[in-house]
Design a protein around this ligand. Sequence first.
Ligand code: SF4
Length: 335
Amino acid sequence: MSDILSKIKKANLVGRGGAGFFVAEKWLSVAKALESKSADNKKCFVVCNAAEGEPGVMKDGCILEHYAARVIDGIKIAIDFLSAERAFLYLNYAYHKKLNKKLASLIKDAKIEIFVKPINSGYIGGEESAILNAIEGKRIEPRLRPPFPTTSGLWGRPTLINNVETFYNVSLVAAGQFKNTRFYTISGDCPFEGVFELPDNLTVEKILKQTDNFPKFPFFIQVGGNVSGEVFNAKQLKRPASGAGAITVYSRAKNDFKKVVKNWLNFYVNESCGQCAPCREGIYRLRDVFMKEKIDWRLFNDLLDNLSDASFCALGAAAAVPIKSLIKNVYHEKN
Ligand code: SF4
């Protein structure tokens, strides 16, 4: 086993993109996919996902702003490990505008190409397989899986996709400086909004307390982004926040239940890529049912379940998460 792979394995490094895969396993599956190819067919690619399109999540932007050299170093380590043809740094438009010069000066003549996320690609433009389509110049929508990108990604070649925070940590592991921290964006009705680097094993409650953001008023929170995160009430905070990336605080007085759900539904109506009916039609119908004076809860819940169970990609399932958890943990707690 290569030196860097054993270091990553020993560090138990988990990917910071949300799915929680062990990084060593992902890297190994790309390497294994390459092994099965003939000697003249061993082309592969690396992609760093810096799309960060979820409202309320700004941690990757913060890492790029303050630790760009680490991120570029982590990408170079992956290129070397796989002898990759090239890496793409898939960067959202705002980060590109702000950081392009700095990143280009760090990349110099390394085999890393900055690819700007198409401005009209929306939320789905950050989904792993839609990113591959974007780079290949195809319609930006999710791909059917399997095959997974590790075996058949860019132009059908094995492709390693990790996000910014993961490459940052790979660089720290290689340098012997990895301390298993996580970056959290904290926002909403709290005094100290921002991005915080904290130990991996903290509960949501501890994170809010350590950053002086624990509310002194009736509240609920959303863990994992403003539109796809799960919602919890104030008695449910002793849970680990690992992998969440963001915590949003909502004052109960300032956030009407109906307005919050309507905002989420409006977001998803606009962002659905339209490829599958449970999401394209389902979210539209959900909003319709929800906006009636008297809500048909049975129909509403059926549509939500269908969205969770039958959507083609993770975006559809993710759309149901905040709504279901808000109803279960906050609405029913209050009424
Ligand atoms: S769930 Fe379906 S319509 Fe919604 S974004 Fe994914 S593929 Fe597109």
